[in-house]
Ligand binder design. Structure first.
Ligand SMILES: NC(=O)c1ccc[n+]([C@@H]2O[C@H](COP(=O)([O-])OP(=O)(O)OC[C@H]3O[C@@H](n4cnc5c(N)ncnc54)[C@H](O)[C@@H]3O)[C@@H](O)[C@H]2O)c1
Length: 392
């Protein structure tokens, strides 16, 4: 790593501590204003750049990096804010013949990959219906006291720290599935979206919004200024998607109510299904008992994906249960081998565009809206490339 950029000294100091502990050479530091990154991406012969900033910065930083000549850009979820942002990134990647990979780490979760292995070996039969989402109580992240990243205070915006500094604003001004990619990324790999299949249309519904307001009142009191803030984001946003090959998808965004974390996966085919909430699998004629769930673990041990079988030792200490190792590993290996990244700009755009499309559907009174084809017809010819073997 030759350079890092951030506008916040606390964040830079944390990064510097990690680098010092690792014994690696201290990279060049860029800071000072919101556009300091522009100077960083001009460094000669950079192999790649990772964009891990607030959502509204992803599009300008990705496109700015491509314009500076970078051929590999990894960006945290999501790709952009508006639908036009998504087109702009796709067109820029095409213009500069460059790789833009969204760092969707859940695609590499161990159980998610074991299910991919099972899907590819036909265990579930022909896939019919899939579910997933982002069901994560973020109240202690959307608010804090400006000093801690989690669980203290009810401040946000200028007075908030880390995600409370920016993410909460999206809950005030927007209503839609604001974080679709952790749920839909794995699903897209199961049914080969953009590779022989594509999303056709989408329809979203939003519940009323209570969770964030109640949280402010509970911990800050009725007289706290933030108790007056009106949140537009419904507590539970539900989206249905229709696919070219006839599958249906149900996604849920649920971040403002008390609840344990779960991405709520369900992968159902003509022969059986996986449901991750109760850690269970049922395959007709193969499960231990007729009409009774098997513990998913027995299947996952047998169908562990070759990538995990080979690399699980290297995942020790990596974030999010090891899956962060794989997403960075695949980005770096693609650069070293000068090959396309296993998740590309068309995947990033299709998965992330669910946000503006769901906002549009809700705004139009739950109208069904058409999905754009970011591949311009190439989805009919493109072949699956994600995690076909144990390499990266
Ligand atoms: N894949 C995952 O599991 C996962 C987990 C957490 C966060 N994320 C994503 O990662 C991204 C960052 O989230 P986070 O939790 O690290 O947020 P954060 O607020 O803790 O960190 C963002 C950093 O970006 C810096 N920044 C803001 N504007 C900048 C600019 N113009 N130039 C340089 N630096 C700038 C901020 O100072 C801050 O240090 C988001 O897209 C988020 O959704 C993904």
């Amino acid at each position: 790593m030759v350079a890092i950029c951030d506008i916040d000294d606390r964040a830079l100091n944390l990064s510097k501590e990690i680098i010092t502990k690792s014994g690696k050479k201290m990279p060049q530091v860029f800071t000072g204003d919101n556009y300091a990154w522009k100077k960083m991406v001009e460094i000669k012969d950079l192999d790649g750049v990772l964009v891990v900033t607030p959502w509204e910065w992803h599009k300008p930083m990705v496109i700015g990096s491509l314009e500076a000549g970078l051929k590999y850009v990894g960006t945290e979820v999501v790709l952009g804010i508006t639908l036009q942002d998504h087109w702009d990134v796709v067109k820029a990647a095409e213009k500069y013949n460059a790789n833009v990979m969204m760092l969707e780490n859940v695609c590499y979760r161990r159980d998610v990959m074991a299910v991919l292995n099972m899907v590819r070996q036909g265990l579930f039969g022909e896939l019919i219906h899939l579910q997933g989402g982002y069901q994560h109580d973020l109240r202690g992240i959307k608010f804090n006291d400006g000093g801690h990243a989690k669980e203290h205070g009810v401040e946000f915006g200028e007075k908030g720290y880390s995600e409370a500094h920016w993410r909460t604003e999206h809950s005030i001004h927007r209503n839609g599935d604001l974080y679709p990619t952790h749920g839909v990324g794995p699903i897209a790999n199961y049914i080969n979206i953009n590779r022989g299949n594509r999303f056709l249309s989408l329809c979203s519904f939003s519940s009323k919004a209570r969770g964030l307001h109640n949280y402010v009142v509970k911990w800050g009191g009725e007289n706290h200024p933030n108790a007056k803030v009106k949140f537009k984001l419904g507590d539970v946003v539900t989206t249905s998607i229709n696919c070219a090959n006839g599958e249906t998808i149900l996604l849920q965004h649920d971040t403002d109510l008390p609840r344990p974390y779960s991405l709520g996966f369900r992968v159902q085919g003509t022969e059986g299904l996986w449901m991750d909430v109760n850690n269970s699998i049922y395959i007709e004629g193969k499960s231990a008992k007729n009409d009774e769930w098997d513990e998913a673990k027995t299947w996952f041990d047998k169908y562990d994906h070759p990538l995990w079988a080979r690399w699980s030792k290297e995942t020790a200490g990596a974030g999010h249960g090891g899956m962060d190792f794989f997403v960075i590993h695949s980005f770096v290996e693609s650069i070293k081998r000068k090959t396309p990244t296993p998740m590309d700009v068309y995947d990033a755009a299709a998965w992330s565009a669910i946000t503006p499309l769901s906002e549009q559907s809700i705004e139009l009174g739950n109208e069904t809206v058409e999905f754009p084809d970011f591949t311009s017809g190439q989805w009919m010819y493109r072949k699956p490339v994600f995690a076909l073997n144990d390499e990266y």
